[in-house]
Design a protein around this ligand. Structure first.
Ligand SMILES: [Fe+2]
Length: 288
């Protein structure tokens, strides 16, 4: 952990853990109901730090769902509804087969993205609870898109002002080298258009809104737009903007998709070790 600095303006212990973003919170038990004051303080901490790491959490799926609902409307996940799981709004992300044995799998989340940017109303906050971890690796990395925007040169800021990017599930499949989207999937998830630079509704800061779900730039020559997106993506994911989270068992990490890109590292032997996360999400608002 680097740059640990305590911020005493909260009703809980908050230590900044990353140069670019991130704070750990101690002394909050998310399995128990909490009042609006504590909820509002958590949101304030999230908006300021973008990633909150709640240590030593022990929650059932029901408790995780109840906790998540305190922050907004639960988003149903279209891909990962888990068979037989009692609360599909809290779903399991795990590299396991039907016998619960670890298997090597490929995930779109190996690439930098912001959750559900291929939806008109993308995700606000995502919650991941670490239930089983490999002995090493499997970090989740976060890149701060406010810093990425603010460090662009003036010419680039001027160039991208007012531009809009097209995001789609079809582009996600293509950009991640996955099985191409089917006509049914494309119909279910048609392309959407979002500003290339969005303004955070709570902190007022601008952020690049890009990632692996982008296809091209609206109204720009396709190849030229793809080249611009690539240039922004390369800049935005430079190490100076990144907080890499090394998981501890029981960590519950909450992050703000309006401020970040994220990805998971597949730097461990997936065929030998299980990595099991319980995930829940609240939906946000239309990016502006
Ligand atoms: Fe994600």
């Amino acid at each position: 952990m680097n740059n640990v600095a305590q911020d005493t303006s909260y009703p809980f212990v908050l230590n900044r853990v990353g140069e670019a973003a991130g704070a750990e919170i101690l002394g909050v038990d998310l399995s128990q109901p909490f009042d609006d004051d504590l909820r509002d303080a958590i949101v304030r901490a999230l908006v300021a730090n973008h990633i909150l790491v709640f240590r030593d959490q022990d929650l059932t799926s029901e408790q995780q769902m109840a906790m998540t609902e305190r922050f907004g409307t639960l988003e149903r996940h279209l891909l990962h509804d888990v068979k037989g799981h009692e609360t599909p709004q809290v779903h399991v992300i795990a590299n396991v087969d039907e016998n619960n044995n670890p298997i090597k799998r490929t995930y779109g989340s190996f690439h930098w993205h912001t959750d559900k940017s291929y939806h008109e109303i993308p995700s606000f906050a995502t919650f991941l609870h670490a239930r089983e971890l490999p002995p090493d690796g499997g970090q989740t990395e976060f890149a701060n898109m406010h810093l990425a925007y603010e460090t662009l040169d003036d010419a680039t800021k001027k160039q991208i002002e007012g531009l809009k990017a097209i995001h789609s599930w079809e582009a996600n499949r293509r950009n991640t080298g996955s099985k191409p989207a089917t006509p049914e999937e494309i119909k279910l998830r048609p392309p959407v258009v979002h500003p290339l630079v969005r303004t955070h509704p709570d902190n007022g800061r601008k952020a690049l809104y890009i990632g692996i779900h982008t296809d091209c730039i609206e109204g720009m020559d396709r190849e030229e737009g793809i080249a611009l997106l690539k240039r922004l993506y390369d800049h935005a994911t430079e190490r100076r903007f990144v907080y890499p989270h090394s998981w501890r068992l029981g960590d519950l990490v909450m992050w703000d998709n309006r401020s970040l890109l994220h990805r998971v590292l597949h730097n461990y032997d997936m065929s030998q070790h299980r990595r099991v996360m319980h995930r829940s999400v609240v939906i946000g608002t239309r990016p502006e």
